[in-house]
Structures are given as C-alpha cells and as structure tokens.
Design a protein. Structure first.
Length: 355
C-alpha cells in the first residue's frame, strides 16, 4: 500500500529482507544440529513470511513521529523484531486454539504433526506437533529480543526500547493466559472480553510498537503517553475488526475456515454482546455451539443470531468511535505532521481491512 507518498509495500519488503537475513544468521549457527534444525528454520521462515506488517509500520512511524532516523537500516531491523514477536504469538495461539490453518497454510503444529505422520516416526504425532510448535514459538520470542538488541543502533539508544519490549511481552503472554482461562470457564462478560482484547492483542499490535519506535528516537514520558492516547484505542479497534472477520470474514480472503472463532469457542466482545442481546433461545444456541465442530449451515445460523442480536452493528459502531478517538488524540499530539498524516491512513487501513 502507498500512503501519503510512503511506499508501504517497499517497507514490507525491507522488513522481510531483514527477517530473512537474520534467519540466515541463525541457520548458520544451528547448522551443526543437522536436518532437524533445518526443519525448524524452514517453519520459522514460513511463519515470518507475508502478513500486513502493521506492527513494524507502527514502530517505524512511532520513531518518525518523534525524530527522523539516523540509521534507517538499523531501524528496519528493530521494526522487524516486532514481527518476530507477532510470529511467536501466532504459533502459540494456533496451538492453544487448535487451529488448523494460518494464512492459508497449515498451522505450525499441524505441519510438524503431518511431518511426523509422513515419516512414520514413533509416538503420538499430535504430541510431537504440539512440542515442536511450543519450541518454535519460544525460539521466535527469544529471537525477537535478540534482533532488537542487535539491530545496529547504540545499546544506550536501544535500552529504553528494550524496557518497553519487556513490558510488551509480559502483557501479551498474560493476556493469552487470561484468554485461555476465560475459554476454560466458558463465560466472559463484555468488560472481561475487552480486558482480554486489550492485553492479548491491542497493546502489542499498535501501542507498544509505537512506543518501541518512539523510545528508539529518545521520546520522553509525555510523548509516550500521547502515543498511548492514539495507539490504545486504535489497537482495540484493530482487534475488534479482527473479531468480526473471525466470524463474518470470507475464508478465501482471510485464509481461515468460515466462522473459525466460533469453532474455537472464542469468548470475544462480539460474542459477549450477542449473548447479552439475543433472545433466550438464540443465546442458548450460541452458547452451546461455541467450541464445537460447525458445518456451514450452523455457522450461517450463528451469524444470523449475532446479527439479529445487534452485536455486529454495535461492534462496528465501537470500531468507528475508537478510531475517531485515536485520530483526534494523534492530531493533538506533539508529532511530526508528515508522520501524523501517514499514521492516520494506517489507522484507517488497520480498522477497515478485510483480512
């Protein structure tokens, strides 16, 4: 995408090149481990290839909103570290949700499971796939820290960003645990669902990438707070859009099965609102259907329940309100005008997307 003269596709290619170069370095170091390490690296390459690169973009423009970069290549590598964190979260999330696909390809645990079956190894293929995915996610998480620390900027300049990154990783992991606990209990009101959304996704998708970029530019506490006023509501709107796509998205576009969030039993804000607003009969149908195998007819029926409850329209309205709040805060902030223009357009792309 080209935003206000900024070549987003070109930036995405630079991020991908930085990730490829970093994984090449890791492959050289792991070469003595032989074919198994090669399989692990191959899957790592698969999960960091493609995607919208929103987190890297928000890191980049968080920096440029405060100051121009002294070393663009080093800043690109720092931005790429956010994509390694994202890849780690996706690998672990797919395993915890028992997802079969990601971006139109087998989820990592399914890919490793299939390799086990194909080779006719001993033991349980599913257990092997789960173990391999846990280790891959852990490795990607470790690498994210390493890439940021070794991005090429002076360590004194990177140190404040590493502090933000530490908080970011703690938040997303704790948010993931809250999410699985909510699903295990089988209930979540709107406030609880919003807390899950905020810590599992919203903060690490927008707010913290902005903070990492700004911290690398030497931003003070007031500037970081001004970025929070923009980034947190935008991150919430971003994830609410994702929740809508998880139920109403086109599989040909999203790369996930129809109604995948319903099959996985996700207790999202959308579901909580639907349970509150639906008739007793429809609410009971939705509640008992969550987390069960669903054919296309049942997915269509549950979509109807959610739409009739008013939840779909409510979430659309909240997305619009949050996006407006975020942009208003951005315009009030002490930021570079060119960066503000691109960040506004990134906000629109993040909240109005179809994938």
């Amino acid at each position: 995408m080209t935003l206000s003269g900024w070549d987003g596709a070109g930036f995405g290619a630079r991020v991908q090149a930085a990730l490829d170069d970093f994984l090449d370095e890791q492959a050289a170091g792991l070469a003595p481990l032989g074919d198994d390490a090669e399989r692990l690296l191959a899957e790592a390459r698969g999960v960091v290839t493609g995607g919208k690169r929103f987190r890297a973009a928000f890191c980049w423009w968080g920096h440029l909103a405060v100051a121009p970069p002294a070393d663009e290549a080093a800043l690109v590598r720092a931005c790429a570290a956010l994509e390694l964190l994202h890849a780690s979260a996706l690998v672990h999330d797919d395993l915890m949700d028992a997802s079969d696909t990601r971006r139109g390809r087998p989820a990592s645990h399914r890919g490793f499971e299939g390799a086990h079956r194909g080779a006719r190894w001993r033991g349980d293929p599913e257990q092997y796939g789960a173990a391999a995915a846990i280790l891959l996610g852990d490795l990607l998480l470790s690498w994210s820290d390493e890439l940021l620390r070794r991005c090429g900027l002076p360590l004194a300049q990177v140190a404040p960003a590493l502090e933000v990154f530490d908080r970011c990783r703690s938040e997303v992991i704790a948010g993931q645990f809250l999410d699985v606990s909510v699903q295990a209990r089988g209930r979540a009101d709107v406030d609880t669902a919003m807390t899950v959304l905020r810590y599992k996704s919203a903060k690490y998708s927008v707010e913290r990438p902005l903070h990492v970029g700004a911290a690398l530019a030497g931003a003070d506490a007031a500037t970081l707070a001004a970025l929070t006023a923009f980034g947190l509501p935008l991150g919430e709107a971003f994830q609410l859009r994702d929740d809508l796509l998880g139920v109403f998205g086109d599989p040909a576009t999203t790369g996930k099965p129809a109604g995948d969030d319903l099959v996985e039993g996700k207790r999202t804000v959308l579901v909580a609102l639907a349970l509150d607003g639906a008739s007793p009969e429809d609410a009971a149908l939705l509640d008992r259907s969550l987390g069960t195998p669903l054919d296309e007819a049942r997915v269509a029926e549950l979509r109807r329940v959610i739409a009739d409850s008013g939840a779909h329209a409510q979430v659309e309205a909240v997305i619009e309100q949050l996006a407006e709040t975020a942009v208003a805060a951005l315009r009030r902030g002490p930021f570079d005008p060119d960066a503000v223009q691109v960040l506004e357009e990134l906000a629109s792309a993040a909240t109005q997307r179809v994938v």
